[in-house]
Design a protein around this ligand. Structure first.
Ligand SMILES: [Zn+2]
Length: 173
């Protein structure tokens, strides 16, 4: 099943997500549908709030081909270096906007997978960027909040228009 994605301006993207308490069949099904939606929309990651569910989980695949697929539940991220890297980021919930964001180059991520097993990984470069971006969604942070002040000014009109469109669609529902 392909989910309809929540877009910039939708208040659900600005709500902090709560921990997943039980990993049952329902959660596993949602994760599978999120994976399907991520591939369908050509994304490298998709967080639960983006489908309107404020639960601390996301899916990611930085290979784009199934090889790096992760289903991540209740993640904890710790930076492993003070070194930052710039990456031009985009987001399925903020269509048409791509801007550079600075984030730690290397992180440790600890989470539960869809079987409830504890997983610890050290990621560097693009994979580290992807998990940090998705993790932010769980704390109601969007990448456009992290761009430079100059970039923020450049995209402010586009963001306002996007928000207006989202709110219009919400009231029409
Ligand atoms: Zn995103």
């Amino acid at each position: 099943m392909i989910y309809e994605l929540k877009k910039y301006g939708d208040p659900i993207l600005r709500e902090k997500s709560t921990e997943v308490e039980v990993i049952d069949e329902k959660i596993q099904e949602v994760l599978d549908n999120m994976v399907e939606t991520m591939y369908e929309t050509k994304g490298v990651g998709l967080a639960a709030p983006q489908i309107g569910l404020n639960k601390r989980m996301f899916v990611a695949d930085w290979s784009g081909e199934g090889e790096a697929l992760r289903k991540v539940i209740n993640p904890v991220i710790t930076p492993l270096t003070e070194e930052l890297i710039d990456w031009e980021e985009g987001c399925l919930s903020v269509p048409g906007i791509y801007k550079k964001v600075e984030r730690p180059k290397k992180v440790r991520i600890e989470y539960l997978n869809e079987k409830g097993e504890n997983v610890v990984e050290e990621l560097e470069g693009f994979p580290a960027i992807v998990v940090q971006h998705e993790f932010d969604h769980l704390d109601a942070i969007l990448f456009v909040d992290r761009v430079s002040p100059m970039a923020k000014r450049m995209i402010s009109k586009k963001l306002q228009a996007l928000k207006k469109e989202t709110l219009k669609n919400l009231t029409e529902e």
